[in-house]
Write a protein that binds this ligand. Structure first.
Ligand SMILES: Cc1cc2nc3c(=O)[nH]c(=O)nc-3n(C[C@H](O)[C@H](O)[C@H](O)COP(=O)(O)OP(=O)(O)OC[C@H]3O[C@@H](n4cnc5c(N)ncnc54)[C@H](O)[C@@H]3O)c2cc1C
Length: 535
């Protein structure tokens, strides 16, 4: 990629994850000269497609999309650059050890029939449950795109923005207050027990509540994680998750191409070593090889720990701020397994070599007790003996990902804690962990093991090493209420600004958090543009 010969920019974005790219795109669209510096060989961060084995294109970390904001797709004209979402119908398939299975998805009639196999009462309640989530999404989703007010520094415009929001939504808030408050603070188990009796349905739904959280669904705060994963849309249909054509790299490559069309210089294989500060103001970065690049604005698209502890001198940042940065919890216990398959799994519960059971997320979590036990292993510091598996086969609807007749599979698993207390390292454990996951899947689809051509296992330390994710945290810090909204990344700095003038945060460590959403990047760009002329 080309660079500006003088190395002088209006804005430099550190990290070419999707949020860094979104920030760069909006700044360039407003006429700023922007550069993005990415440490890896490709942009995209956690949303990348890489050809790990000849012919097999793998979404190495994230693998499904729903949260990415449609306004960004429109503003940056991403469809002109290859952005294409492929809806999944059905969206999930859960086989059970007793030979039954459940399919769920956007087709309401199918959901009614499928849930009725387990509980008629739950089948009747399910549309009302979805309606409740949808109503709360309608209230909370607009808040995701609002810059959180900094407590103690409330401006007139904060009062106006939040006042207007509260007034406009007052009836909806009043009607949904009980459910909304429980969603924000309570446990997924309590929420699901409130609505349903069938353990099969509850265990399927509960998996969304524990993603990246290193928490069990009975722990307070997990209802929000569940909710965080049911916001969003696919091609205008609310709550539906889709694949990106070409894998998740299809999404980030479209942003990168849009950025380049807007004149952004994108440097890959160029880690930033240091954010330069002069007289209390960010003035640029030092990249690989010691080369200096100057800018009026530096926007950090990496997590707060990497930004402040690894890229800055301690004396450049106030001690009180650093104290809060060091308190951020990055606890995570997700392990990702990527596979190339010679054929699709043939499930005993729902036999067939190609069918609806292959299109959505395949959940292997036979009961809510199974999830609790899987978590119990993790808190004792060992990888779960019976991990929860969420498997997807995007090649079942996207023929660009694997050679004809063959397939790629993502298995997202919980719980493999970052720090093991087994007396062993992840390097020693990970092959056995991968094999255990395969054995579990093989119990449900007996042709599975022999269909595996290649396997990659990525543990939390691997994610830290290769993507610079502190603790392997997929959300750049846990998504718990103590680290949300105006507490994210730290109290007093939820508005994407930092104590260093000209330095901004623009990635998942800021409001509204992780997931391939783009909202942190979008919100940060608005704040930067507001400040730019005064810097
Ligand atoms: C295993 C896994 C599965 C997931 N599944 C999903 C999913 O299916 N759907 C979903 O919506 N979300 C999912 N997520 C979460 C989601 O992918 C992330 O929250 C999101 O992509 C983070 O985007 P970001 O731009 O904020 O940061 P990142 O994607 O972390 O980007 C930061 C970038 O900065 C770069 N960088 C780091 N240090 C430096 C440096 N010194 N100099 C220059 N560059 C640097 C990194 O290489 C990276 O490219 C998943 C995450 C993981 C890990």
């Amino acid at each position: 990629m080309t660079g500006n010969k003088l190395g002088v920019y209006d804005a430099i974005v550190v990290g070419g994850g999707h949020n860094g790219l979104v920030t760069a795109g909006y700044l360039a669209k407003s006429g700023l000269k922007v550069a993005v510096f990415e440490a890896r060989h490709t942009v995209g961060g956690c949303a990348v497609t890489e050809e790990l084995w000849p012919g097999f294109k793998i979404s190495r970390l994230s693998y499904v999309n729903s949260l990415f904001r449609p306004e960004i797709v429109a503003d940056l004209k991403l469809k002109n650059f290859g952005f294409e979402m492929l809806p999944r119908d059905p969206s999930s398939f859960t086989p059970f050890p007793d030979g039954r299975y459940m399919l769920l998805g956007p087709d309401k009639k199918m959901c009614l029939e499928q849930i009725s196999k387990f509980s008629k009462k739950d089948a009747e309640n399910y549309p009302r449950y979805e309606e409740m989530l949808s109503e709360i999404s309608e209230i909370l989703e607009p808040m995701m795109a609002m810059v959180p007010p900094n407590i103690g520094k409330l401006s007139f415009s904060d009062f106006m923005t939040y006042g207007k929001f509260g007034f406009k939504n007052r009836h909806k808030i009043k009607e949904n207050w009980g459910d909304m408050f429980r969603l924000l603070t309570g446990s997924a188990t309590d929420l699901l027990n409130d609505w349903f009796e069938s353990d099969e349905l509850k265990s399927t739904l509960a998996t969304d509540a524990v993603i990246g959280a290193n928490a069990s669904p009975s722990m307070p705060g997990t209802a929000y994680v569940l909710f965080h994963h049911v916001m969003g849309e696919c091609n205008g249909v609310r709550g539906v998750w889709g694949y990106m054509r070409g894998g998740m790299g299809g999404l980030t490559q479209s942003i990168a191409k849009s950025c380049q069309a807007l004149g952004v210089d994108v440097f890959t294989d160029t880690p930033v070593q240091k954010i330069m500060v002069k007289d209390g103001k960010a003035v640029g970065v030092i990249a690989k090889g010691g080369r200096e690049y100057q800018a009026k604005v530096v926007a950090s698209g990496v997590d707060p720990n990497v930004t402040f502890n690894k890229m800055m001198d301690e004396h450049d940042v106030p001690a009180e701020f650093m104290r809060n940065v060091r308190r951020i919890n990055y606890d995570s216990a997700s392990v990702k397994i990527n596979l190339a398959l010679s054929e699709l799994p043939n499930f005993t519960a729902c036999p067939g070599m190609f069918g609806p059971q292959h299109r959505g997320t395949i959940h292997i979590c036979p009961s809510t007790q199974y999830i609790e036990e899987a978590y119990a292993d993790s808190i004792t510091g060992r990888p779960s003996r019976n991990p929860i598996l969420e498997a997807t086969i995007p090649s079942s609807i996207d023929d660009t990902l694997a050679p004809k007749g063959q397939h790629v599979m993502n298995i997202f698993t919980q719980y493999g804690p970052y720090s093991l207390k087994t007396g062993t390292t992840w390097e020693q454990e990970k092959e056995a962990y991968g094999k255990r996951c395969i054995d579990i899947m093989n119990e449900y689809a007996p042709n599975f093991k022999k269909s595996i051509l290649h396997m990659e296992v990525l543990t939390p330390p691997d994610m830290e090493r290769e993507w610079n994710l502190t603790g392997g945290s997929l959300f750049h810090g846990r998504l718990t209420l103590d680290q949300m909204f105006n507490m994210r990344p730290v109290p007093g700095y939820a508005d994407y600004r930092t104590p260093v003038k000209g330095l901004y945060m623009c990635a998942s460590g800021t409001h509204p958090g992780g997931g391939v959403m783009g909202t942190p990047g979008l919100n940060a760009s608005k704040v930067i543009l507001k400040d730019f002329s005064r810097l």
